[in-house]
Design a binder for this molecule. Structure first.
Ligand code: URA
Length: 434
């Protein structure tokens, strides 16, 4: 067996690693048989040398098997999962899961918490009083059986190799490497057990993949690994040059999801959710996408998906009165309107900066152990492409933190680009890879 030194040397010199060599690296990572300096050096060698598709597949497979895997075979071909590569204002899981469950799919899903400028579904759901984000394995399966949905925080031993590798990549500036992202995301999705997987690959100022070309390449590689592992899989590449929808922050995003589920809100958020849900339904039920689109729109428009959401939230202990009457969610002590310093079109938004403003307001964590404020965040009044008069409201900031509003206002204004000309429209759904 090669030593850690020899593995690093081979990759550093541009060699192609064998299945056994990659398996030995992953098993050393999990057992502690390699120190952080050598693991980091290996990751940096991969960052610069890349990996062949075969190496990426071996790495993904070894990472998938590095810990527990979830058995969803009880749900046959109907188990389904989604993953977003991370964005700002991305509350799609709260809508996609109930729509898909209305059509008989079984969504037994693990989600994450907020990371940097991006939010996490688990934090959003915890803003509903009583909602439990951890269930026993038996509850997780039986609730999915009964209601069609169970959503929990990722449990400790799912793809433990990824936890270790991701934490190191984060501190050595090696996150944005396609083979490392592919193996990180796909190992977690494959270990989570669903037969049908829909990926929402974000591209633009608020995404890891800043260009559509990189996002397409990432999507194609993830889809090809998913298929090689026997899963039905599709990737929808969607725009993240501006936040999705208008609300950024935890309770605020639950409220916006409820608005879409009650048919009170249309626009980009509804459109992305319908694209994701219909791809999921088309995969699981092996039906044409056009038919799946009709069924998903009907589930939303009839109010059935909202009823399903309440059934799911209630089953996990959440107080559904908050969904029927969103004014029950607590308000922040400070509510501040940011006014436009000039007239003109908004021609660009830096979604990552807006995500960081929401963190500053209290909606995310600056350090891993920070406590988030479920009520904090911002509501956008104007987005890219819209015209605004000088003095008109651009957004409202919500916070309980004193002394930060001026800074948040300045950073929000810095995230915007104004123009006298109407900007060209960027398509919301760029491509679907199946
Ligand atoms: N999300 C992940 O889970 N892993 C990555 O590498 C990047 C985004």
């Amino acid at each position: 067996m090669m030593t850690a030194y020899e593995l690093i040397l081979k990759k550093r010199n541009g060699g192609e690693l064998s299945k056994e060599e990659i398996e030995s690296f992953v098993s050393k990572v999990v057992s502690g048989g390699i120190d952080d300096a050598q693991t980091a050096a290996f990751l940096m060698a991969v960052y610069f040398r890349g990996m062949t598709d075969r190496e990426t597949a071996y790495l993904t497979d070894a990472m998938t098997r590095s810990g527990d895997t979830v058995d969803l075979s009880a749900f046959g071909s109907l188990s389904a999962d989604k993953h977003s590569t991370g964005g700002v204002g991305d509350k799609t899981s709260l809508i996609v899961a109930p729509v898909a469950a209305c059509l008989g799919l079984k969504i037994a899903k693990m989600s994450g918490r907020g990371l940097g400028h991006t939010g996490g579904t688990v934090d959003k759901l915890e803003s509903i009083p009583g909602f439990r984000t951890s269930l026993s394995p038996e509850e997780f399966i039986s609730q999915t059986e009964k209601t069609g949905i169970a959503l929990i925080g990722a449990t400790g031993n799912l793809a433990p190799a990824d936890k270790k590798l991701y934490a190191l990549r984060d501190v050595i500036a090696a996150v944005d490497s396609i083979p490392l992202i592919v193996s990180s995301i796909m190992s977690k999705k494959l270990a989570a057990g669903a037969k049908n997987i829909v990926l929402d690959v974000k591209t633009g100022s608020g995404a890891f993949m800043k260009t559509a070309e990189d996002a397409c390449l990432l999507a194609e590689k993830m889809v090809s690994i998913g298929k090689a592992c026997g899963r039905n899989i599709a990737a929808v590449i969607t725009d993240m040059n501006k936040p999705l929808g208008h609300n950024v922050g935890n309770a605020l995003e639950v409220v916006e999801a409820v608005n879409v589920l009650r048919g009170e809100k249309t626009g980009d958020l509804r459109e992305v959710c319908l694209a994701l849900a219909s791809n999921m339904v088309a995969l699981a039920k092996n039906m044409p996408i056009s038919e799946a689109e009709k069924l998903c729109a009907e589930a939303l428009d009839s109010g059935k998906a909202f009823i399903k959401m309440k059934e799911w939230i209630g089953a996990q202990g959440g107080d559904v009165r908050y969904l029927d009457n969103v004014s029950l969610f607590p308000e922040t002590s400070i509510k501040y309107e940011v006014l436009s310093p000039r007239s003109g079109y908004i021609s660009g938004m830096d979604a990552e900066k807006i995500g960081l403003v929401s963190v500053l307001l209290g909606a995310g964590r600056e350090k891993k152990d920070d406590v988030i404020d479920p009520a904090a965040g911002l509501v956008l009044c104007k987005k890219t492409g819209e015209y605004v008069e000088r003095g008109e409201a651009l957004c409202t900031l919500y916070t309980n933190k004193t002394g930060i509003v001026r800074q948040a206002e300045k950073e929000y204004l810095d995230s915007l680009v104004f123009s006298d000309l109407r900007p060209e429209e960027i398509p919301l759904i760029i491509k679907t890879v199946v």
